[in-house]
Design a protein around this ligand. Structure first.
Ligand code: B3K
Ligand code: ZN
Length: 858
């Protein structure tokens, strides 16, 4: 497949200021007439009009009202030579939404029709310059059977509608804001809305609707509350006001991603809309709030200011992720949100950055852009912008974002435009900081603290690892929030922000009569990996005393990482092992008993570093050994702290259900306590888990209990699984949980379970949520995926081959777990690689899978 390069960018030869689309809707056949007003771009190269297409054929082409046939096809694109500088071009196409299993373009989902155009789905509907720097105002007319499609929606405002005699009806929509075609959307179906309204800061009333299938209305209240909170928050925090009189959200059950920010008509995966206490966990509630916020925030960061080309994807995604993170932090616990975000970064982005698919947040080339909607572009992209905010401070950062929006409103901008606006608006010098956009790889920072007289000296050095296509790296500015604690008082004399902008540097701190304890990268101020030679005692000290909650969590994590890495390497004598466990146990016991901690934070501190993150610490990892050591530590803690864990579970179980922070904290603890008990005292855990399951009046407790039972070979497991399935039969999102919990479990027969579930009547390859529920839960379950005989790899390899012809975008998402082979011990490594080779040898692979597999082998 051809390689698209960032440096080859050329402005479009033709602009399309206006488009009118006319849809005659049908589930098996929809006809589309597209009328474009095209104008030659003075900055273009004077070439023919190129309209991209994908899997469509032109049924008729007119230029200035006259049918022509001197058009030609170049691959899938339609080329039309035009004599003048301005023309009207009309193209007719037909598509079959029911046959569209890729879920890109116009497709059918449960009898309704909907679209997904980002990144390149619009070209599967009609011929168009499908690139984000061509902005048009849209008029959309749709007509169709009124019984099948009582609701007809598109972007902007509905300007006219009517009924026809033959049982059909029609509607016309107009979106006044010019937009690229990836933000176009259409929805037609039998939907009901939760209606509400929001009054903007300038006093305009906006109608809000969340559209769902009849019967789901009662589960939309949290989404609506989140939407209104997001609208207010963006006004207050970023000065951004909504710009239409109507905002529609539609929930769709067949969807490749989480949601899509189409202008005025966001389309959502049902899983990020529907929530009630009976069917959604606290984490699900948080995810709904976060994704509703994310898509809403795109109205400015993405829609009003869009991307010039897809290499700039992080311009909208990194910035919008940062915005949704700050929003969620303000809605709940800032400390807990930060920890969760770092955990996602470390388990999803760090491995990406150190593997064969590593790319900078602004990639230099791609074959299939869908493969670049990654944790790097999204989450590391957010971290990079967060560093600018940390260095500027929130007020000056806001001056930068104000300038960015003012300067580029209505434009298709670049990452460089963003950095320049932050620079000009905030007064920061971001000269070398721009390297963060171009260099892939997680910087490794080495830290040593020495003490002499009354001075502590912090010596730092950095190295950015080699990544594919980037053999040489330059040092980057790394902002580190640092505090030095006095061992006696347990306090520090103020935090300092230092910026390491060279390969190595040192910083001095005066006024310490004794060697202080170092707290560094507080708040995770930079997305780097820190290598510091700190004693267990110092880490235990920080885990107990650090006033930065992230640093406290981090000290705990470091303590565990260090112990487990040494254990896995076989370098622990029995005495060392006992000492390491004792230090961890001491820290655990301290925060379990710490009355000053809230339970949500206590629950975070209880979570051990993931096996993926542990594997990242090793050049070559043995997943079996990592799993065994981590489980052994859990069992030791569960056993050693059994009384405290039981007391915790009892205390938390007495808290009645509510959505407030204290009750959510209690629920988090209940499940965490069960997890440790399951490892250290399985009978006690099984008793408690089935009791929690039976008594549950909410999904958090029920799912937590079922998750723990799923990992135990006990009769209560079957009872709970059968009850769960019967109770929620027909509720797709909850049945997804039923699949995930089994596929992600610690049960010794997890592989057999996965294979049986693949043949379950509720399983289908055509619904991405269901595919992910079974297979992604399995692919990220180290116990199952890395089983020593390689069967886990074969399961995922088979899945990729079978799913690719149906849904290549989703199939490609399963390649990265296999792509880790170079960093895995030789036996498994060879089997992972062989699996990739089997995939590569399959006839006619999609561009999506081919790119990921080739790069993973390369
Ligand atoms: N912008 C969409 C991503 C859609 C990508 C489809 N390949 C979701 C989001 O980030 O908000
Ligand atoms: Zn986004």
């Amino acid at each position: 497949p051809p390689v698209i390069r960032r440096e080859d960018y050329q402005p479009p030869a033709w602009l399309v200021p206006e488009i009118a689309l006319d849809f005659t809707l049908g589930v098996d056949a929809t006809r589309v007439v597209s009328r474009l007003t095209v104008r030659r771009n003075p900055h273009g190269d004077g070439a023919a009009l190129r309209l991209n297409g994908d899997n469509i054929a032109p049924l008729g082409v007119k230029v200035d009202g006259v049918a022509v046939n001197d058009w030609r096809l170049d691959g899938a694109d339609l080329l039309i030579d035009l004599a003048g500088d301005a023309h009207a071009v009309e193209v007719e196409t037909a598509v079959n939404p029911a046959a569209n299993s890729q879920l890109m373009g116009l497709y059918a989902s449960n009898g309704m029709l909907c679209t997904q155009c980002e990144a390149e789905g619009f070209r599967r509907i009609t011929f168009f310059p499908d690139r984000p720097d061509v902005l048009s105002t849209y008029r959309v007319r749709m007509a169709g059977d009124k019984a099948a499609f009582p609701i007809l929606l598109s972007n902007g405002n509905c300007v006219a509608q009517g009924d026809d005699a033959d049982g059909t009806h029609w509607a016309e929509w107009h979106d006044p804001w010019p937009k690229p075609c990836y933000l176009f959307a259409l929805v037609a179906g039998d939907l009901v809305a939760n209606h509400d309204s929001f009054t903007t800061m300038s006093g305009r009333k906006v109608d809000l609707n969340i559209w769902v299938r009849p019967g789901d209305e009662a589960r939309t209240h949290h989404a609506m509350a989140s939407l209104k909170a997001a609208m207010r928050w963006d006004e207050e925090t970023f000065g951004r006001e909504y710009d239409l009189d109507l905002f529609n959200i539609v929930a769709v059950s067949d969807f490749n991603m989480g949601a899509m920010e189409n202008k005025g008509l966001n389309v959502f995966n049902t899983r990020y809309v529907l929530a009630d206490p009976e069917t959604a966990t606290d984490a699900d509630y948080d995810a709904v709030e976060g994704v509703i916020g994310h898509e809403y925030f795109h109205n400015w960061s993405g829609n009003r200011v869009t991307c010039r080309d897809w290499f700039q994807l992080s311009l909208k995604e990194g910035f919008t992720v940062l915005r949704d993170q700050l929003f969620s932090a303000d809605m709940g616990s800032e400390a807990v949100k930060r920890i969760e975000d770092v955990r996602v970064l470390r388990s999803a982005q760090f491995p990406e950055d150190s593997g064969p698919l590593a790319h900078p947040i602004r990639p230099d080339s791609y074959q299939e852009i869908s493969n670049f909607y990654t944790a790097t572009v999204y989450n590391k992209g957010a971290e990079v912008i967060r560093m600018m905010r940390t260095m500027a401070g929130p007020e000056r950062f806001r001056q930068g974002t104000d300038l960015y929006f003012a300067r580029h409103d209505g434009e298709a901008a670049t990452c460089e435009d963003f950095v320049k606006a932050i620079e000009d608006g905030s007064g920061l010098d971001l000269g070398r900081f721009r390297l963060w956009y171009g260099q892939a790889g997680t910087p490794q920072v080495k830290v040593a603290l020495t003490h002499a007289g009354t001075t502590a000296t912090l010596a730092l050095s950095q190295a950015v690892p080699v990544t594919p296509g980037q053999p040489e790296k330059q040092p980057m500015p790394i902002p580190l929030r640092v505090a030095l604690f006095d061992r006696e008082s347990g306090r520090h004399g103020g935090e300092r922000l230092i910026v390491l902008d060279k390969a190595s540097d040192s910083f001095t701190f005066d006024g310490f009569s004794a060697p202080p304890v170092l707290s560094i990268n507080r708040g995770f101020s930079a997305p780097v990996s820190i290598e510091a030679d700190r004693s267990n005692a110092d880490l235990v000290f920080l885990a107990a005393h650090d006033d930065d909650p992230f640093a406290r969590y981090e000290a705990m994590q470091s303590l565990v990482v260090r112990h487990l890495v040494a254990a896995v390497g076989g370098g622990l004598s029995p005495d060392d092992r006992a000492a390491g466990r004792a230090a961890i146990g001491e820290a655990f016991a301290a925060f379990l008993a710490d009355g000053a901690l809230d339970d949500l934070m206590r629950g975070e501190l209880m979570i051990l570093p993931s096996e993926t993150y542990l594997a990242e610490q090793l050049l070559v990892a043995d997943p079996g050994a990592i799993h065994a050591e981590r489980e052994a530590l859990k069992a030791w803690l569960g056993h050693a702290l059994q009384a405290a864990l039981i007391a915790l579970h009892d205390r938390a179980s007495a808290v009645p259900y509510s959505r407030d922070a204290a009750a959510r904290g209690a629920r988090k603890l209940k499940t965490q306590a069960l997890i440790y008990l399951a490892a250290g005292a399985p009978e006690e855990a099984a008793r408690r888990a089935i009791a929690q399951y039976r008594a549950a009046d909410n999904m958090t407790d029920r799912q937590g209990a079922l998750m723990v039972l799923c990992g135990l070979a006990v009769p209560e497991r079957e009872e709970a699984l059968a009850d769960f399935h019967a109770r929620y039969h027909g509720n797709a999102l909850v049945i997804d949980k039923w699949f995930s919990l089994q596929a992600g479990s610690l049960h010794p027969q997890v592989l057999d379970h996965v294979q049986a579930l693949a043949g379950h009547p509720d399983f289908t390859m055509h619904n991405p949520n269901r595919v992910r529920a079974l297979y992604m839960a399995f692919a990220v379950n180290p116990k199952g995926f890395h089983v020593a005989d390689g069967e886990g790899y074969r399961i995922i390899g088979d899945l990729i081959r079978r799913l690719d012809p149906i849904n290549p975008q989703t199939a490609a998402r399963f390649v990265p777990p296999l792509g880790r082979w170079r960093r895995i011990e030789p036996g498994r490594s060879a089997m992972m690689r062989a699996e990739l080779e089997r995939i590569a040898a399959a006839p006619s692979l999609s561009r999506d899978v081919l790119e990921q597999v080739t790069k993973s082998l390369g």
